[in-house]
Ligand binder design. Structure first.
Ligand code: ADP
Length: 264
């Protein structure tokens, strides 16, 4: 049986006592080494879930466990070492003057020996295909390249889970594809869980499992292939089924082609 990495048990959250609940009784698990996509329209509660996962927020009701440990004020510093996050805006994530300084930064506070740091910079930049940009100033990079460096900075810390919160939202189509293929490579090479948060159904195709959020509740949880069969329901909650999935379904129906491979 697969081992649990993250567990949400009946989690409810609101941003203040007078505010509406933005997550309502959410329960789900993420397994070790699993790739889960969390999808939903804007405001459905996805980023709140991400912030709860690394203790930027705490639930008013229910519990969150990471590696079997309850997330609370006492455990949060331990837990943050296991949870790496990449956010939407590539320009807000740089602190170093060169790419390698930037990747080193996160490790500096963790007492990692210099030789080990050099090794990890090399490995993590190679994992995202940015090894030739070590000495480049971050502002010279494209949006997709910046996000790849942001992913490398997180990988260098060796977390158990990498969370990408709308990490492609500000990128052009080329940058978006760059990140999606980088993420797929990273997940194959490394033993880590991956959570990709998105409002774009095209980005869930490669995930093992999809959690669909709507108005703070889990609307569905299934493999991408099963999610795509619920076209009408998805449209009602503001999600557009990708053209490629519609095309595959139509071709299958007419018998012109049986397309199973691209969808999990
Ligand atoms: P998503 O990531 O799916 O777009 P969020 O988790 O960001 O959704 O937001 C869920 C709900 O919580 C939205 O209604 C949003 O307006 C509200 N919200 C988010 N952040 C705050 C905040 N800091 N204060 C009050 N309400 C917030």
């Amino acid at each position: 049986m697969r081992e649990n990495l993250i567990e949400f048990r009946n989690v409810s959250f609101r941003y203040g006592e007078e505010e509406p609940w933005v997550l309502k009784n959410c329960s789900f698990n993420i397994f070790k080494d699993e790739w889960v996509a969390i999808i939903g329209h804007n405001g459905s509660g996805k980023s709140t879930i991400a912030k709860l996962m690394n203790g930027l927020l705490f639930p008013q009701e229910g519990e969150i466990y990471i590696n079997g440990q309850l997330v609370n004020e006492d455990t949060i510093w331990e837990i943050r070492k296991e949870v790496g996050m990449v956010f939407q805006n590539p320009d807000n994530q740089f602190v170093g003057t060169t790419v390698q300084d930037d990747v080193a930064f996160g490790m500096e506070n963790r007492g990692i020996a210099r030789e080990e740091m050099i090794k990890r910079i090399d490995e993590s930049l190679t994992a995202v295909g940015m090894q030739d940009y070590r000495l480049t100033e971050p502002h010279r990079l494209s949006g997709g390249q910046k996000q790849r460096v942001a992913i490398a900075s997180v990988l260098a810390i060796s977390p158990e889970v990498l969370i990408l919160d709308e990490a492609t939202a500000m990128l052009d189509p080329k940058g978006r594809l760059e990140i999606m293929s980088t993420v797929a490579n990273v997940q194959e090479q490394k033993e880590l869980s991956l959570i990709t948060i998105t409002h774009d159904l095209r980005e869930v195709v490669q995930a093992e499992r999809v959690i669909v959020m709507n108005e703070g509740v889990i609307w569905d949880e299934a493999k991408p292939r099963e999610i795509f069969t619920k076209k009408d329901g998805l449209r009602k909650i503001g999600l557009d089924v990708p053209f490629i999935a519609i095309l595959a379904e139509e071709l299958n129906k007419t018998g012109m082609a049986i397309i199973n491979e691209p969808l999990n």
